[in-house]
Write a protein that binds this ligand. Structure first.
Ligand code: AMP
Ligand code: ZN
Length: 114
C-alpha cells in the first residue's frame, strides 16, 4: 500500500525499533509511548482497520493475540498486566490507517475509556 507509514515500516523503508517479527506480524516500539511499555502489533498485510478485516484475515487476527501473549512475557508485563487496544476511525482516534494493536503496560493504567 503506497504512502502507508506502517507498510513502509514493515518493508524497512522507515526504521523502527522492532521487538518481534515473524512471517505475518511485526511488533515495534511506539514512537510516542504513553506507558513504560508501549508497543504496536500489526499484520504485515495492509488492512485499513478492524472494519476491513475479512474472513480470510481471521487467522492473522488470532495469531496477533498469540503474539501479544509472547511479547507481554518477553517485555516482562505478563504477570503485572497490560492492555490491548485497537482504535478504529475518527471517533476511535485512529491516526494511522493500517490495522494495529497497542500493547500497554508497566504501570497501573487509567481506567477511564471515553
Ligand atoms: P493510532 O492513533 O491508534 O492510529 O496509533 C498510531 C500510533 O502509531 C501512535 O501511538 C503513534 O505514536 C504511533 N506511530 C506513528 N508513527 C510511528 C513510527 N514511525 N514508529 C512507531 N510508532 C509510530
Ligand atoms: Zn499499510
Amino acid at each position: 500500500m503506497e504512502n502507508c507509514i506502517f507498510c513502509k515500516i514493515v518493508n524497512g523503508e522507515i526504521p523502527s525499533d522492532r521487538v518481534y517479527e515473524d512471517e505475518y506480524v511485526i511488533s515495534i516500539k511506539d514512537i510516542k509511548p504513553e506507558a513504560p511499555i508501549h508497543v504496536l502489533i500489526m499484520p504485515k498485510k495492509h488492512i485499513n482497520s478492524i472494519n476491513d478485516v475479512k474472513e480470510e484475515d481471521l487467522q492473522i487476527i488470532s495469531h496477533i493475540f498469540k503474539v501479544a501473549q509472547k511479547i507481554a512475557k518477553q517485555l516482562g508485563v505478563a504477570e503485572s498486566g497490560y492492555r490491548i487496544i485497537t482504535n478504529c476511525g475518527k471517533d476511535g482516534g485512529q491516526t494511522v490507517e493500517h490495522l494495529h494493536f497497542h500493547l500497554l503496560g508497566g504501570k497501573s493504567l487509567p481506567i477511564s475509556i471515553g
